[in-house]
Ligand binder design. Structure first.
Ligand SMILES: [Zn+2]
Length: 148
């Protein structure tokens, strides 16, 4: 989660909401990392998780990331929850809850839907306060009117 938080902290530099993710192999090797880059890339799908999954798949040479763990600072949205199921990730670790758009228990529970044949293990709430504080700080600066 420390590496995911480090990624998240880089996002505001390009105007993006601070969300970071990493994909880790069973032996602890870091396979891919990503941070939210919707504004930077002008891409609605450029969420931290998707970028990290793409990097990991490129490194592994396969779309199948069985055995891997995806660590992300914010509860995944429907797109990212779907992507990590499709990637066959074994485990999802996330930080802050997203009660407005979360798809791992908040609004939906995509990754534990019994109708799907792949259901990753979920470990929520890891360093949740730090993850949430980054978001709160980011939105606080955005809401403040310009001084001059
Ligand atoms: Zn997402």
């Amino acid at each position: 989660m420390g590496l995911a938080l480090a990624q998240a902290r880089l996002a505001p530099a390009h105007g993006d909401v601070p969300v970071g993710a990493v994909v880790v192999a069973p032996d602890g090797t870091m396979l891919g990392e990503g941070r939210n880059a919707r504004e930077r890339d002008g891409d609605p799908t450029a969420h931290a998780e998707v970028i990290a999954l793409r990097a990991a798949a490129a490194r592994v040479g396969s779309w199948r990331l069985a055995g891997a763990t995806l660590v992300v600072t914010l509860e995944p949205c429907t797109m990212c929850a779907g992507a990590l199921v499709l990637a066959r990730v074994d485990r999802l670790v996330y930080g802050a809850v997203d009660d407005k758009a979360g798809a791992v228990g908040s609004l939906w529970d995509v990754v534990r839907d019994r109708r799907l044949n792949h259901r990753p293990e979920v470990i929520p709430g890891v360093r949740a306060d730090e993850c949430a504080a980054l978001l709160t700080a980011f939105f606080a600066t955005r809401r403040r009117p310009a001084a001059n």
